[in-house]
Design a protein around this ligand. Structure first.
Ligand code: GTP
Length: 423
């Protein structure tokens, strides 16, 4: 039997995802017509013998319950649980803290997935390679361009034996173009290894405390929180690589991070294109009496799209949205209950819940270039926000042009804006 853990973080994380994470937690933000973590869950549901998916985070318990009830109906052979950390324990701290619950039923392999990524998730291939090499864990890596390797956790890999020889977090000088994807699989013995790392850390802490005491620098503050805080990549994977207990599996499908709000647009496009390649019925189709649909487009059944609108490619239109005559939308996410009036255009943008865009209005960002999570583009030497983002309940008046701007919730925009953050 196999299990999986998805790290969902908590309200104090995902700050770069604002203003969108002000309305709902980042893991539940929709890309490709579904919440970000639904894609992780869907991929895990196809793994052989996977019986349980555990979300670990420090959001309040009730936040994920409606989503997990839906998942329970959609994937009935899997059990879902949410476990709440009492404080932010780091990317390995919660995993270690809840080890008894994770080990219940004695799973052979335990997947761990980050939330803030979108990926083709080749989990069967990852598991097959992990079992073939029989090491304690396998990290899924992706090839990134050399110039941006310093932005990631980099892994030096022996491509013949698949051994991960070194792990370096965001190295200042180039060590490898193989970056950690935030997808891992471990043997159940991982917890013994983690326990040894924790013991070593505890004795180091104790030693430091004695030293500080001896020099009169000891403050009686509660440092138990720091002791329990454990980072998967720096504290665990680096030690595993040092002990030759870590394999690396190369993901050749798509992967990118979803850190900033702007990065939701390319993630949306990647999942829609995947659905297009799989001829997924979730996607909208052009018909003689309906709107013109170009490329991969998701339209919620409750949305109303005027037959003279031009939609696509790479567009998600959510519940109760109303799109007027002559509207043009591409590379964008339109969230619930938005109204876009006649002849308006929305390009490379995210339009937040309950927004209104007036007639001939225009909300336009620029294409995000490159594979990384880069929010800015440069035009004629001037740095611009890439995607244009309207927070919840923003009203753009008729004929107003909002370009490369980020607008916080509940604003009324009666004049044009360019490359501004409107608070
Ligand atoms: P940055 O590039 O600095 O953002 O680091 P990173 O790519 O390693 O990502 P980060 O460590 O911030 O988060 C990776 C994943 O773990 C995300 O899905 C987070 O939501 C989640 N995460 C981060 N810290 C915690 C934590 O303390 N507890 C839990 N449960 N999840 C966490």
């Amino acid at each position: 039997m196999n299990k999986a853990v998805i790290l969902v973080g908590g309200p104090s994380r995902a700050t770069r995802f604002r203003p969108l994470s002000m309305h709902l937690p980042q893991p539940l933000f929709p890309v490709g017509g579904q919440p970000i973590i639904w894609h992780q869950i869907k991929a895990l549901s196809a793994v052989k013998d996977l019986k349980e998916i555990i979300l670990i985070g420090f959001f309040e318990d009730f936040i994920f319950q409606p989503f997990l009830s839906k998942c329970q109906d959609e994937f009935p052979s899997i059990t879902f649980k949410y476990l709440r950390e009492y404080s932010q324990l780091g990317t390995a701290g919660g995993f270690f803290h809840f080890r008894d619950q994770i080990l219940r039923g004695s799973p052979k392999n335990i997947f761990m997935l980050y939330t803030d990524i979108c990926c083709s998730f080749p989990l069967d291939e990852l598991l097959a390679q992990h079992e073939r090499h029989g090491r304690l864990g396998t990290i899924m890596v992706t090839k990134v361009d050399r110039a941006s390797a310093h932005l990631y956790g980099c892994v030096v890999v022996d491509h013949e034996t698949k051994l991960a020889e070194h792990y370096v977090e965001k190295p200042e000088t180039y060590v490898s173009d193989m970056a950690s994807t935030g997808v891992f699989v471990f043997d159940q013995e991982i917890f013994h290894f983690m326990a040894r790392v924790m013991e070593k850390r505890a004795s180091e802490f104790e030693h430091e405390r004695v030293q500080e005491n001896a020099y009169g620098r000891y403050d009686d503050g509660d440092d138990s929180q720091d002791i329990n805080r454990l980072r998967l990549e720096q504290d665990i994977l680096r030690a595993m690589a040092g002990d030759k207990k870590l394999s690396a599996f190369l993901c050749t499908g798509f992967w990118r991070q979803i850190k900033s709000a702007a990065s939701a647009v390319p993630a949306n496009a990647l999942y829609l294109q995947q659905a297009h390649e799989n001829s997924d019925s979730i996607l909208a189709k052009s018909s003689s009496e309906g709107a013109e649909i170009k490329g991969a487009v998701y339209i919620h059944p409750s949305a109303q799209v005027h037959p003279t609108a031009h939609i696509g490619p790479n567009v998600s239109i959510h519940a109760r949205v109303v799109i007027g005559p002559g509207v043009r939308i591409n590379d964008s996410i339109i969230l619930d209950n938005v109204h876009i009036k006649d002849n308006a255009a929305v390009l490379h943008a995210i339009v937040g819940w309950d927004c209104r865009i007036g007639k001939w209005g225009r909300v336009e960002g620029s294409k995000v270039i490159g594979p990384n999570d880069i929010d800015e583009v440069t035009q004629a030497g001037v740095k611009l926000n890439s995607i244009c983002i309207l927070g919840e309940d923003v009203h753009v008046k008729d004929e107003v042009f909002i370009r490369n701007s980020i607008v916080l919730p509940h604003k009324e925009l009666a004049g044009n804006k360019h490359n501004e953050v409107i608070m």
